[in-house]
Design a binder for this molecule. Sequence first.
Ligand code: PSU
Ligand code: MN
Length: 303
Amino acid sequence: MNHLIDLHPEVKEALENNKPVIALESTIISHGMPYPQNVEMATTVENIIREGGAVPATIAIMDGRIKVGLDEESLEKLGNSEGVAKVSRRDLAEVIATKRIGATTVASTMICAEMAGIKFFVTGGIGGVHRGVEETMDISADLDELGKTDVAVICAGAKSILDLDRTMEYLETKGVPVIGYQTEVLPAFFTRTSDIKLNTVTETTDEIASIIKAKHDLGLEGGVVIANPIPEEDELNKDYIDGIVQEAVKEAEENGIGGKDSTPFLLGKIVEKTEGKSLEANIKLVYNNAKVGSQIAVDYFNK
Ligand code: PSU
Ligand code: MN
């Protein structure tokens, strides 16, 4: 184990006894949702994973260490402090060296999970190729990480703040399997569908576990995306949310928002403009991913 990693005792015990462990990111807490809903979401997700028979490991950077598994106090600190750094692959060394508080994105959570020996990771949505990429070159480091780091990421697709077609092309180039769970098309986060057909469609979590197992047996590098649509009863109206996303993207442009600030700005604007409806949907889809993700992990460990 890397000497910069601190494993929470619950996580350590699970890893030593070959029990399913699920990594969780912390940027969704610090930069993806407002306080106090963010902390409540983080705590509930952990409980859903425990009920599903796996052990949750929320990952963050504190005191110059990679924390794998957080206590209540640390979750609260992440969710309710000013100046928490958003840590992607690029930022990991700096935030460790300067001992700042850092929240891990999908990319850096994958890195830390792999270092700790964790194979599964539940979140809301992955980063991707941004709209207007021709001008900005804004492509999330999450996509390259998925191309090289061996962790299975369970999400609800990607938000339509992104260029979903190009995001899928990029993942194909990087050799990342995108597996639909009970869906033939890529889910678009707030909505269950998009017009992008998936190459791999599954009906059961056991099928997904088998695919991941085969990938491991082959020794193929890189991650896997499992795309799990938001539950029907929590889905937002497509035209409604598309309109709001368009406004948010326009405001980001007008305000010259770029780099790592782009995604948090858009997420915040969407919550504001939907008067919290998007937040509610976001929380529900994460819970659903936690349920399906722990089932996949349990099925995998039963193989
Ligand atoms: N998408 C969401 N919610 C989020 C994020 C993305 O719907 O909270 C966060 C994740 O941590 C993701 C990161 O890894 O934003 C991507 O940021 P960027 O686009 O700057 O790579
Ligand atoms: Mn970016």
